[in-house]
Design a protein around this ligand. Structure first.
Ligand code: HEC
Ligand code: HEC
Length: 482
């Protein structure tokens, strides 16, 4: 009988497998066990300690453990040198890098001359440390020599003299402001860094002077007032296609803790009801795990960092977003060509990875024990995820939805003005970690709710939650505990 060729091959294959099996069996016989079998036995031996076995079968049933065993140790690669380097570099960039923006703040706006004042060869009265602290600027005491710290403590420093401000700038101690000095030590220009708006100090020495707190929103900072110190606002007026008087009006309306990032692309200074269109400065901590950033979800951290560094700080670099090439919505960005900026040299793009890594590394600070009622906060959490339905948007522990956390104003019971200025036409679900660090200026993008109680009252009314006043209080204590 003829065997089919196919069967023949199968038979050969079977014979081959058999031979390999025999060979393996011989090896096992010689060594006692295959290496992988030995490893498995060792692991089993290690975990099969009497203490590791649940004492009763009932306990085993009550806590089914599908994660099966201990988490593998990350081993020596736990802190990857690249990660450390990125975060360290990002910290320096965040605190000190101007991206070449001194060409704008010093060169065009001549704010260095306003700081100096006419007595030091600049213009106007000059900016004394007292004035600087009054407009919300902060001083990093760790950058000061010990002798100066002692003198400050003893009230022996003249805080009314603009020359002192220049000395503080020379020490690189004014948070978020860089002075540029010539060979003779003259202040010839100045620039700003991310830390200007997104860092404060802990007031350890005196109000406004202390150790840096990176990522904290500076709600004391009156950016509008600082910019309007400029002896020449024509560059801003030209950029926005308006006159200096209008620019002054817009800047005066911002007030402490606010800045208007969208102004540079849409030119809208005021809401339809005549209020400032500026938004509160948010924290830059607690960003890890969040997809969309800004109150209205413009984009990711590196997206927004490029936007801010190029369009707001006026650093030198590349920014591209074709969504802004829309003359109806973003007339300023289209006229100026800023939606597709390519300034040389590019001092920004190469820094985005480290800058992002640093921001993602900043945790939201935890509130001091005793700053909230812990029992009420525990009850509040149950309400947050239950009856009050907060977590349907503020997904814990992120506090915003994983995915696309964008909502219309109507969904949260507010107007659409600020949402309509963003390419996504929505509001990004608010981030609720570290709320206690930025109670000044209020809540929601424009601070329309002065307190957390007001926020909860608003939700209670809009969503018809039927919360008792005790329940609302519990929710507020929970928010304070975050
Ligand atoms: C002049 C003040 C100012 C400066 C300087 C500034 N920012 Fe901001 N930043 C703001 C304001 C205001 C917003 C809110 C914008 C909005 O949503 O309308 C914001 C938003 C953000 C957000 C979004 C936070 C969130 O909740 O999603 C991040 C992140 C951020 N900035 C990082 C930076 C970095 C990094 C730099 C430096 C490259 C920088 N900012 C420079 C004022 C500033
Ligand atoms: C439909 C989705 C949604 C629900 C439900 C919701 N929120 Fe919000 N929440 C938002 C959005 C969007 C914002 C941003 C609003 C803004 O910035 O103007 C926000 C902002 C906030 C803020 C302000 C954060 C800040 O930094 O100013 C707080 C506090 C807050 N929500 C708490 C709650 C609580 C408490 C509940 C439950 C009672 C709740 N939210 C329910 C979407 C929601």
């Amino acid at each position: 009988m003829l065997r089919s060729p196919r069967r023949g091959r199968m038979a050969l294959f079977a014979a081959g497998v058999g031979a390999i099996a025999l060979l393996l069996a011989a090896v096992f016989w010689r060594t006692g066990a295959a290496p992988w079998l030995q490893a498995a036995t060792a692991t089993k031996g290690a975990t099969a300690q009497p203490t590791a076995v649940p004492s009763t079968p009932a306990a085993a049933v009550a806590t089914p453990d599908i994660s099966a065993g201990t988490t593998p140790s990350p081993g020596p690669t736990r802190v990857n040198p690249n990660t450390t380097q990125l975060v360290d570099d990002g910290k320096v960039i965040f605190r000190y890098d101007t991206f070449g923006d001194e060409a704008f703040w010093g060169g065009a706006l001549k704010l260095n001359q306003a700081i100096l004042g006419s007595s030091q060869g600049g213009t106007g009265q000059g900016v004394s440390p007292k004035t600087a602290l009054d407009v919300g600027l902060k001083v990093d005491m760790d950058a000061l020599p010990a002798s100066l710290v002692q003198q400050l403590k003893a009230n022996q420093v003249n805080l009314d003299d603009p020359a002192t401000t220049v000395s503080l700038l020379k020490l690189n101690s004014v948070v978020g402001v860089r002075g540029l000095f010539d060979g003779q030590g003259n202040l010839v220009s100045m620039g700003i860094t991310c830390a200007l708006c997104h860092a404060t100090v802990d007031d350890a020495l005196s109000p406004g002077i202390g150790h840096r707190r990176d990522g904290w929103a500076n709600r004391d900072l009156n950016v509008g007032k600082i910019i309007s110190l400029s002896p020449d606002l024509t560059p801003v007026a030209q950029l926005l296609g308006t006159d200096v008087a209008t620019v002054q009006q817009v800047l005066a309306a911002w007030g402490p803790g606010k800045f208007d990032a969208a102004l540079a692309v849409d030119g809208k200074g005021f809401t339809p009801d005549g209020k400032t269109a500026a938004t509160l400065i948010p924290p830059a901590f607690g960003m890890a795990g969040q997809n969309l950033h800004t109150y209205t979800g413009w984009g990711s951290v590196p997206y927004w960092n490029a936007f801010v560094a190029v369009l707001e700080m006026h650093g030198s670099g590349r920014f591209f977003d074709p969504r802004l090439n829309n003359p109806d919505k973003y007339p300023v960005a289209v006229n100026s060509g800023e939606w597709n900026t390519n300034n040389q040299p590019d001092l920004i793009s190469s820094k985005l990875p480290a800058l992002q890594a640093y921001q993602l590394s900043l945790p939201a600070p935890t509130p001091a024990a005793g700053s909230f009622d812990a029992a009420a906060a525990t009850r509040g959490e149950a309400l947050f995820t239950g009856k009050a339905k907060c977590s349907s948007c503020h997904t814990l522990p992120l506090t915003s939805e994983p995915g696309w956390p964008i909502h219309t104003g109507a969904e949260i019971g507010i107007d659409e003005f600020q949402a309509s200025r963003s390419p996504e036409n929505g509001y990004r679900t608010g981030l609720l970690k570290g709320l206690w660090t930025h109670t000044k200026g209020g809540f929601y993008h424009d601070g329309r709710f002065a307190t957390l109680n007001d926020v909860v009252n608003h939700y209670n009314a809009v969503f018809g939650l039927d919360l008792t006043s005790e329940e609302m209080n519990d929710l507020v204590e929970y928010l304070k505990s975050q």
